[in-house]
Design a protein around this ligand. Structure first.
Ligand SMILES: [Zn+2]
Ligand SMILES: [Zn+2]
Length: 390
C-alpha cells in the first residue's frame, strides 16, 4: 500500500465538497461560468491572485514564492452533453442532458486541493500557475487558451496534466514517454456525380457507386500503405445520399475519423486519402472533394518531464505502482496543445475499485472521491521536486 499523502483533513473535506458541488452542476464547453466562479472563489479565499477570461471561462491562479523555476499545472472544467443515470448518487447532475462523465469535476477539485496545500505551506522556491481550462471535450479549450496567450501571460518552464483512469486500480499511476494519446482527425468527402433515373444509369454518373468504391479504397490506407508496426485507424462512420427508389442521387457525403500515433503517419494518411479521392474521381468522371480536418494532436510527453512525473508519483505510491510502459491510448486529449508549446507530461491516476467500475463517458460513471488526496498529493510532490527549496 502507498503511504497516505500529507493532505490536511480540512483540505480533503473541501475537495469532496467542491467535487460534488461541481458534479451536481455540470457545464459544457465555454459555458463553465458557475464552475469558474466556484474555482475563482476558492482560489481567492486561499489568497491567490487570479486571472479570468482566457478561452472565456478559463481561470489561472499564480502562487509565487521567492525566485526559482516556474511550472504550470492544468485541470479541465467541462462536462459532457449526456444524460447521467444512477439515482443513488446524492450529487447527481441537476442539469438535464449534461453530466460530468469524464471526471473533470475531480480533476478540478484535486488541483484546488493542491493549491490550498501549497498556498498554506509554500514548500518550494519559484512560481506555480494553476490552470483551469474550459472545453476539453471536443471543443479544444486548451488550444484556445494557448492561442489567447496562456504562456505569454503565465510563463512556465514546463506544463503538467493528469487524468483519472477507472480501468487502473486506485493507488497506481501510469505514463509513457512520447506519444500518450492519439492524433484525432475527421474528414468529410463529398462525391458529386450526375443524377439520373435509376433505370437509366448510363445517362448519369452514379455517386453511390463512386462512394462505395471510396469506402473500400480508404481501407487500403491502413492495410496496404501503413507499416505493420505503425498505427492508424481510418473509419468511415457516415454515408448520406439518396431519397427514393428510382433516383440515382447527384451527391453522396461520407464522413469519418482518422486516428494516428505519429505526426509523420498522420501526414501520410492524409496524403493517401487525397490521392485515393482524386484517383477515384478521375476513374469515374465524378468530382470528389475531401475536407480533411485536423483535430487534437497527440499528447507527446517529453522525456525529462516524464521522469519528473514518474519520480513524483513514485514518491507517493512506490516505484512498482507507477507503470511507465503503458501503450498509447487511441483516445484524444486537448492538453496536447499545451505540450506543443512547452515541455511537460500527462499522467494517468488510477481510480479503479473493481471490475464493475463504469468507464469514463458511461452514464453511470462517477469520479472516485477516494483518489482526491492522492491526486492533490501528486501535484504537491511534483512542485516540491521541480521547484526545490534551495
Ligand atoms: Zn472525456
Ligand atoms: Zn476527460
Amino acid at each position: 500500500m502507498y503511504r497516505d499523502p500529507e493532505i490536511a483533513e480540512d483540505i480533503r473535506q473541501s475537495m469532496v465538497a467542491w467535487r460534488r458541488d461541481i458534479h451536481a452542476n455540470p457545464e459544457t464547453a465555454f459555458e463553465e461560468h458557475r464552475t469558474a466562479n466556484v474555482v475563482a472563489h476558492a482560489l481567492t479565499l486561499m489568497g491567490l491572485p487570479i486571472h479570468r477570461g482566457l478561452a472565456t471561462t478559463g481561470v489561472v491562479a499564480t502562487l509565487k514564492h521567492g525566485e526559482g523555476p516556474s511550472i504550470a499545472l492544468r485541470a479541465d472544467l467541462d462536462a459532457l452533453n449526456m444524460q447521467e443515470l444512477g439515482s443513488h448518487k446524492p450529487h447527481i447532475s441537476t442539469c438535464q442532458g449534461k453530466m460530468h462523465g469524464c471526471g473533470h469535476d475531480g480533476h478540478t477539485a484535486m488541483l484546488l486541493g493542491a493549491a490550498a496545500h501549497l498556498a498554506r505551506h509554500k514548500p518550494f522556491r519559484g512560481t506555480v500557475h494553476f490552470v483551469f481550462q474550459p472545453g476539453e471535450e471536443n471543443e479544444g479549450g486548451g488550444r484556445v487558451m494557448v492561442e489567447e496567450g496562456l504562456f505569454e501571460q503565465f510563463p512556465a518552464d514546463a506544463v503538467y496534466g493528469m487524468h483519472n483512469f477507472p480501468g487502473l486500480p486506485r493507488g497506481r499511476f501510469a505514463i509513457r514517454t512520447g506519444t500518450m494519446t492519439a492524433y484525432l482527425d475527421t474528414f468529410e468527402i463529398t462525391v458529386t456525380g450526375k443524377g439520373s433515373h435509376g433505370a437509366m444509369p448510363e445517362t448519369g454518373i452514379d455517386s453511390i457507386v463512386v462512394a462505395s468504391q471510396l469506402v473500400n479504397a480508404l481501407q487500403t490506407i491502413v492495410s496496404r500503405r501503413t507499416g505493420a508496426t505503425d498505427s492508424a485507424v481510418v473509419s468511415v462512420t457516415q454515408i448520406h445520399g439518396g431519397d427514393t427508389w428510382n433516383v440515382i442521387p447527384e451527391e453522396v457525403v461520407l464522413r469519418g475519423t482518422v486516428r494516428t500515433l505519429d505526426a509523420g503517419i498522420q501526414d501520410r494518411v492524409q496524403a493517401a486519402m487525397q490521392q485515393i479521392c482524386e484517383g477515384t474521381a478521375a476513374t469515374h468522371g465524378a468530382r470528389v472533394a475531401l475536407n480533411y480536418m485536423r483535430g487534437y494532436p497527440g499528447v507527446v510527453n517529453t522525456p525529462k518531464e516524464t521522469a519528473a512525473a514518474v519520480a513524483a508519483a513514485a514518491s507517493l505510491v512506490g516505484e512498482d505502482k507507477v507503470d511507465t510502459g503503458i501503450p498509447p491510448a487511441m483516445g484524444s486529449e486537448d492538453f496536447a496543445f499545451m505540450l506543443q508549446k512547452r515541455p511537460g507530461a500527462y499522467i494517468a491516476i488510477g481510480a479503479g475499485e473493481g471490475p464493475s467500475d463504469p468507464p469514463v463517458h458511461n452514464p453511470y460513471y462517477d469520479f472516485n472521491d477516494n483518489i482526491l488526496p492522492l491526486g492533490a498529493a501528486y501535484w504537491v510532490a511534483l512542485v516540491k521536486q521541480q521547484l526545490p527549496v534551495a
